[in-house]
Design a protein around this ligand. Structure first.
Ligand code: NDP
Length: 471
């Protein structure tokens, strides 16, 4: 949570209590231009640094972050609200992603094409883009940065990151640690301020070659429009409404566990999260009973409190949106199975808490079915078979993740082929692997992060024709 004070500073507040946890400068267009200038100046030197050396420096940065993991996790919990355990996982994920790309530094490759003509061969040369701007939201401030920072730096680009206005503190500290570990000046900078002012100044600066954006679909579209004016490269990682399908032959216990973690991790504020559940009619009662039992055990509390499993929502606005989505849905139909409101208890009153919520059979056109729900509320529907489940699952403008639970190989294969989403998990919790490309279909995004594929989005390839003089 963030508020502006008239001294040009933003006050960062703990979502569990509203207490101030830090202040950061509110940078504007002039600061953006200065940061881009430093990044542009640093670019030639970083590009010329041998790839193996770039990888080693980036790896040293990751190690420096890992050494401070507990301090960073505490900071992240204070500004974001998530339980400490999840904050530690997030910092560890950031480190793993950076290490993954540091390891790929020595594998950057172009191509050689022989005998194009007499005494003539071709080269496909791959080179960095230049200055990259990374715009990152507040739900996973560090991992969503890591997905951009790792490939960008390893390929030889320099990067200016703009964290969400309300979660800049951990990112600033990470940049400091990586600089101390050897990243040259200007190679990785963090600049703090409002998206609508600072973000736009960064995106529209003509010296910026690429914008890597994660956030909401409407802002992503706007950023892409701005970037298009300068024909800049863009990757977009936007909203999602991931369906999970549980068929009648599934391992119900494992599926229910994945649904619960997939929906309630990070208080439901994840782009990849189980946001719609379609269950075969033969197992729906069992799934509902087991889910209710799981939800009853989720302990709400401040992220920093021992034993907390579900922290507060990140901001008052997030909770208000969720409350509106749930109340609008219930007014149209559906049965409330759990939660549905703010928790009792004075110790939770100061924060943006909301109970874990299950809604059975809401109308298919209700808000929880058609909008992205960025909070701890899960709608559940009964389906008669895989065909109906896939049809329902695909009836969305989003296409980020999806999952299917079944022991039937044919059904699993069909679902993996037909689900309109950039990721499908079969009998697996929604875990993102650095090894696999990740990016949404439809309004969920453009381009890929993770995998070797991410490297393609931080390099330009050019063709070179070489004709030798006759001997
Ligand atoms: P936004 O898309 O508004 O913000 C994401 C990032 O973009 C932030 O750093 C923000 O800065 C920046 N930004 C905002 N406006 C501009 C602009 N005009 N030009 C450049 N950058 C800009 O997401 P919110 O944080 O407001 O969340 C709103 C909704 O988005 C959520 O309810 C959720 O549905 C979805 N969301 C999806 C995420 C995902 O991972 N798919 C992640 C986060 C949100 P600032 O914080 O300063 O406004």
């Amino acid at each position: 949570m963030a508020t502006t004070v008239d001294t040009g500073l933003t006050v960062i507040r703990d979502p569990a209590s509203g207490d101030e946890v830090g202040r950061v400068p509110q940078a504007g267009p002039a600061d953006a231009a200065e940061a881009i200038g430093r990044a542009a100046e640093a670019f030639p030197g970083w590009w010329e640094t041998p790839a193996a050396a770039r990888g080693a420096i980036v790896r040293a940065g990751a190690e420096a972050v890992l050494a401070q993991r507990d301090e960073l996790a505490r900071q992240l919990t204070l500004e974001q609200g998530k339980p400490l355990r999840e904050a530690r996982i997030e910092i560890t994920r950031f480190v793993h992603t950076i290490e993954h790309y540091a390891g790929l530094a020595k594998s950057l490759r172009g191509a050689y094409v022989p005998n194009l003509d007499v005494r003539t061969h071709g080269l496909v040369v791959r080179r960095p883009l230049g200055v990259v701007v990374a715009i990152v939201p507040w739900n996973f401030p560090t991992t969503l940065l890591g997905n951009k920072l790792g490939p960008a730096l390893v390929c030889g680009n320099t990067l200016v990151a703009k964290p969400a206005e309300s979660t800049p503190l951990t990112t600033l500290r990470i940049a400091e640690l990586m600089r101390e570990a050897g990243l040259p000046d200007g190679v990785f900078q963090v600049i703090t301020g409002k998206g609508s002012v600072l973000g736009e100044a960064l995106v529209t600066d003509p010296r910026v070659a690429k914008v890597a954006f994660t956030g909401s679909t409407p802002v992503g579209k706007h950023v892409a429009e701005l970037a298009a004016r300068g024909v800049k490269r863009v990757t977009l990682e936007l909203g999602g409404s991931d369906p999970m399908i549980i068929l009648d032959d599934a391992d119900v216990d494992a599926a229910v566990s994945a649904a619960s973690v997939g929906r309630f991790f990070n208080c439901g504020q994840a782009c990849l999260a189980v946001k719609r559940l379609y269950v075969h009619e033969r197992v729906v009662d069992e799934v509902v009973d087991k889910l209710r039992a799981k939800v009853a055990k989720l302990t709400l509390g401040a992220g920093s409190a021992e034993g907390t499993m579900l922290g507060p929502l990140h901001s008052e606005a997030q909770r208000a949106t969720l409350e509106e989505q749930v109340s609008d849905t219930l007014a149209r139909g559906g049965e409330l199975l759990a939660g549905g409101g703010r928790p009792d208890g004075t110790e939770l009153e100061a924060g943006w808490f909301y109970e874990p919520t299950l809604i059975f059979e809401p109308p298919h056109e209700s808000k929880v079915a058609v909008e992205e729900v960025f909070g701890p509320a899960l709608p559940i529907w009964t389906v008669r078979g895989l065909g109906e489940a896939i049809e329902r699952a695909n009836a969305s403008q989003f296409g980020l993740g999806s999952s299917v639970w079944t022991r039937d190989l044919t059904a699993a294969t069909l679902a993996a082929e037909r689900l309109e989403a950039g990721y499908t998990w079969v009998n697996s919790p929604q875990i993102v692997y650095d090894e696999l490309p990740f990016g949404g279909f439809g309004e969920s995004g453009l381009g890929k992060e993770h995998g070797n594929e991410a490297l393609d989005y931080y390099q330009e390839s050019k063709s070179v024709v070489v004709r030798q003089s006759p001997r």
